[in-house]
Design a protein. Structure first.
Length: 215
């Protein structure tokens, strides 16, 4: 995986070459990623699905993260990123079913790891139950759901902890339930303004969907 070839960009998102994933994170090149957030409406509530990253992941092991996400390879388009849903979650959808939330640049630095991402962000409103996902064990150790408004309030600073519920699958395939109160430290440390920017965009789509249904 460290030798995967990724396109690299300048500050203005112009392609300037290709580099390995290892070099990209060592030097701090801008590179493209695909993010897809999944939400489900259940009655009057909207739930956001989050993956539990595998404990064997090099980056941010055992933290909760975006439902499905991954790097776009040098020979891939943004549309090809839909493969992440199939690979990580067993969800087969077409690119046309996704709602684009735009592109957001962000940077996270930790020790000798520099992650400068051009994130192509999408939303999928789904009827999938949490039990329906088929997880890629090398990447994803579990799946949880959280009330969307609670998750947003966590990053707004209105709540210090929120409840996540779901399941994890251990290395030998044993499934166990998750029901816990967690704070910001249990999530991949994307910048707070990144979370809030994305969540505000998701909220706009949700509100529009509700208005269309009530029309």
């Amino acid at each position: 995986m460290e030798q995967e070839q990724l396109k690299i960009f300048d500050e203005n998102r112009n392609v300037i070459g290709v580099a390995t994933r290892k070099e990209v994170h060592k030097v701090g090149h801008w590179h493209e990623v695909f993010h897809c957030w999944l939400v489900r409406k259940d009655g009057e509530k909207v739930y956001l699905y989050l993956q539990l990253r595998s404990e064997t992941k090099k980056d941010y092991p055992s933290l909760y993260d975006i439902t499905a996400a991954g790097h776009l390879l040098a020979d891939e388009s943004v549309q090809d990123g839909v493969r992440e849903l199939k690979e990580e979650l067993g969800v087969e959808v077409s690119f046309d079913e996704l709602v684009s939330l735009g592109i957001i640049d962000y940077c996270v630095k930790k020790d000798d790891f520099i992650d400068k991402e051009i994130a192509n962000i999408f939303l999928l409103q789904t009827d999938f139950a949490i039990e329906d996902f088929i997880l890629q064990k090398e990447e994803v150790a579990g799946m949880v759901k959280v009330e969307f408004t609670d998750f947003m309030d966590l990053w707004l600073g209105k709540l210090s902890t929120i409840t996540v519920s779901g399941y994890r699958i251990d290395s030998v395939g044993v499934c166990s339930k998750i029901q816990e109160r967690v704070g910001k430290d249990r999530f991949v440390p994307h910048q707070t303004h990144f979370y809030l920017n994305v969540l505000e965009k998701i909220n706009t789509v949700i509100e529009k969907s509700n208005n269309d249904l009530n029309y």
